[in-house]
Design a protein around this ligand. Structure first.
Ligand SMILES: Cc1ncc(COP(=O)(O)O)c(C=O)c1O
Length: 388
């Protein structure tokens, strides 16, 4: 039944030329991006500065709503930005670290950019507590929950871990954080588009991510959901004229904040990237996350079976319910194997302590999984002959 999804293959030109198994890193470009980019250039060329009023100013909010629709965010609750790191900075700028509540709790399996950002806030008084993984695959939930206490201000977590695709128990972490008065910044970069995300059901305070992986939206668009009640109260210090109630009045002095989503924006928006993101968002919305998830669980299970058959180490959860869209396989000489796969037009990536990451998406055939794994087998065989 999920093979009905294969009819979308023709929307993605790169699938004709490569075995594309790397949607955890960069989703395939939809054909529609060519027209979107031409449309952007045409508007700029013909409408000139009027484009701001006619389309561009509102685009940042419109694209926010399109992304929000995929995670059950209410309209107007998602602002768009360049990347996840700047979303963290916007959230941080809503709080201060000078009171007793100044602890940041995160896991060492977080995406490093997020760690680097929060570690740097030590200079402003933040106390940072890193929870360590035991196996390099999972985050020990109990240890996370124990670390979140009455002094905790922010808990920045990845919903799905980039290295292993482990799905964190976001619900338990958010519940504990709320019990002690802390806020969770849920990074859904590796979940939204392949794993169901419902920010309202999770009662997430903040959720952020980007469109370039599972949402096939290209680089340059990050997004930030702020729970509506918080959104009306918070006053980001990282702010600018797009967040002003009346930007065009060019008032001197302090800002008067607009309502969300513009309240969380700052300077001139990234119009071309926003235009490029739309064809992917349109397709993802049409396909629907439940169908994508169903297929993903089946295909990632198959990848694990194939890895097991060869005795290769699997650095992703074996339980499909706890696994996102990626299977990390650490076969012998995995970094070199990855380089060789790329030369053979089999697109994957390699990460330290993970191995080769295989990430099928709704547009991949089952045969492509076999092609990828058979190529690894062949590369290892050739290598063994070469070193004999
Ligand atoms: C979970 C997660 N968060 C964040 C990022 C990237 O952060 P940024 O958007 O700041 O480049 C990635 C990967 O690129 C990721 O996998």
């Amino acid at each position: 039944m999920t093979e009905a999804l294969l009819r979308y293959r023709s929307e993605f030109p790169i699938l004709e030329r490569t075995t594309y198994l790397i949607s955890n890193s960069l989703g395939a470009m939809p054909r529609g991006v060519y027209d979107a980019m031409k449309g952007y250039a045409d508007i700029w060329a013909t409408r000139g500065v009027r484009a701001w009023q006619e389309r561009w100013w509102q685009l940042a909010a419109d694209v926010g709503d399109e992304i929000g629709g995929l995670m059950n965010a209410p309209k107007g609750s998602v602002s768009t930005h360049q990347n996840v790191t700047s979303c963290q900075a916007i959230v941080a700028s809503c709080f201060e670290f000078s009171s007793k509540r100044n602890k940041i709790v995160y896991s060492d399996l977080n995406f490093p950019s997020v760690m680097y950002f929060w570690e740097a806030q030590r200079a402003l008084g933040a106390r940072v507590h890193m929870v360590k993984t035991d196996d390099g695959i999972t985050v020990p939930t109990e240890r996370m929950l124990d670390a979140i206490d009455e002094r905790t201000l922010i808990v920045p977590i990845s919903h799905v871990i980039f290295r292993s695709a482990y799905i964190q128990d976001a619900e338990a972490i958010i519940e504990k954080a709320h019990k002690v008065g802390a806020h969770v910044v849920l990074d859904v970069f590796q979940s939204l588009g392949t794993v169901p995300v419902d920010v309202q059901a999770l009662d997430a305070d903040f959720a952020c991510g980007g469109v370039l992986k599972w949402l096939c939206g290209g680089p340059g668009v990050g997004y930030l959901y702020v729970r509506p009640d918080l959104g009306r109260q918070l006053k980001p210090r990282f702010t600018g004229w797009f967040a002003h109630q009346n930007s065009m009045a060019f008032e001197a002095g302090p800002i008067r904040y607009a309502e969300p989503p513009f309240r969380f924006m700052n300077g001139t928006t990234h119009v071309p990237a926003l235009e490029a993101a739309r064809p992917g968002l349109r397709i993802l919305t049409e396909v629907g996350i439940p169908r994508i998830r169903e297929k993903s669980k089946r295909q990632t299970t198959r990848l694990i079976e194939l890895a097991d058959r060869h005795g290769w180490r699997v650095n992703s959860p074996r339980d499909a319910e706890k696994r996102g869209g990626t299977v990390s396989i650490d076969m012998p000489n995995s970094e070199e194997v990855c380089r060789e796969l790329l030369k053979r037009e089999i697109l994957v990536d390699w990460r330290p302590k993970a191995g080769v990451r295989f990430s099928p998406h709704f547009y991949n055939t089952d045969e492509e999984l076999e092609i990828g794994i058979s190529a690894v087998e062949e590369i290892l065989k050739d290598r063994a002959v070469a070193v004999r």
